[in-house]
Design a protein around this ligand. Structure first.
Ligand SMILES: [Zn+2]
Length: 351
């Protein structure tokens, strides 16, 4: 039986960082168009600088270092517009992703305040609009607060998300490195405000940090979704909270393997088994397809090939990701009703 999801099934990418989603060749072009002095004149060295590769040690901080150059290159309105446009169109062409929720921290793209934040945000909206004119896609933007930022800066980012909510900003996230100054409880008020204005809330937790943080984030910040959350599999209380509140996890397998958060596919087999047994809802994303050199369909195909997820389960995930999107009306797009497994087999035979 085929282990692959039909390409006709549209997908939503719910967890994708702008800094990890632009093809290296386009990043190279954007850098040169702006006259940015890169540390190398060799394209292949540059590619290694902004993507994972076997020689790079697998660690969470090491992974975050890959963003140094991508965020710098994306730090102008022209760069942000092109980057957003290219990611959304590319996701549709390569993977039939009709809904890309693209997340980024606008304050990591304004050269420490040299450039106006609203110009950066307006550029992202233009890039999104341009992609929408070319392809049948429904994208949305999520603004990332940063664990290592002072609270006051994060508060401004949350307020910007609220201000731009009618222009395609659909949610707020907290991302970034583990930080001694970050306290979950501080973010109750700004995130509650964002929710009151109709924005979706997703928080990076249960990834590199402590297992216990997942339950604390759920309790204090009441997210709709959680970025990663794989460590919840080790906390029955967190899984019960996820199930009862219908919170959806955004699982990014290859990312977790590259950051060393999950040790291998066998651990993932166990993690998914825990989620299935405990009724935890989840979707599959990439975290950043170009930096991690994987697309959603690669992730699903690997999980299918290893017998971790059946084709039926992959179809449920495709439907769940559309249903859990923060982009308005995405879940109302009718999914093709079909007898999945049989048609997949036919397609394969024809191929
Ligand atoms: Zn992420």
């Amino acid at each position: 039986m085929a282990a692959h999801l039909s390409r006709k099934v549209p997908l939503a990418e719910l967890h994708c960082h702008l800094g990890a989603a632009v093809t290296p060749a386009i990043m190279w072009s954007i850098a040169h168009a702006q006259g940015i002095k890169l540390p190398t004149r060799d394209y292949w060295d540059f590619r290694d600088l902004i993507t994972v590769h076997p020689r790079r040690p697998k660690s969470f901080d090491g992974y975050l270092q890959l963003f140094h150059w991508t965020e710098l290159i994306q730090s102008s309105p022209i760069a942000v517009e092109r980057a957003v446009y290219e990611v959304i169109g590319g996701a549709y062409r390569k993977n039939n992703i009709t809904t890309t929720e693209l997340r980024f921290n606008p304050m990591k793209r304004n050269r420490g305040g040299e450039q106006d934040l609203d110009h950066i945000i307006a550029a992202a909206v233009r890039g999104m609009d341009k992609a929408t004119l070319e392809y049948p896609v429904k994208p949305g933007l999520i603004f990332c607060l940063d664990r290592a930022f002072p609270f006051e800066l994060n508060e401004i980012i949350a307020e910007k998300a609220i201000a731009w909510r009618d222009r395609g900003v659909v949610g707020v996230d907290i991302a970034g490195p583990e930080s001694a100054t970050f306290r979950v409880a501080d973010y109750r008020r700004p995130l509650r405000r964002a929710r009151q204005y109709g924005l979706g809330i997703t928080i990076h937790t249960g990834e590199s940090g402590p297992v216990e943080e997942v339950a604390r984030v759920i309790e204090l910040l009441e997210p709709d979704r959680i970025g990663h959350g794989v460590k919840a599999a080790y906390d029955p209380r967190a899984m019960a909270m996820l199930r009862e509140r219908g919170i959806v996890l955004e699982i990014c397998p290859t990312s977790n393997l590259n950051t060393g958060v999950v040790s291998g596919w066998e651990e993932f087999r166990w993690i998914f088994d825990q989620f299935h047994r405990n009724g935890v809802r989840y979707t599959i994303s990439t975290d950043g397809p170009e930096m991690l050199k994987t697309y959603i369909r690669d992730e699903l195909a690997t999980l299918g090939r290893l017998g971790i997820l059946s084709v039926e389960e992959q179809q449920q995930i495709a439907a769940a990701s559309l249903a859990a999107s923060f982009v308005p009306n995405v879940s109302e797009v009718p999914l093709p009703l079909r007898e999945p497994a049989r048609r997949d087999v036919v397609e394969r035979e024809e191929a």
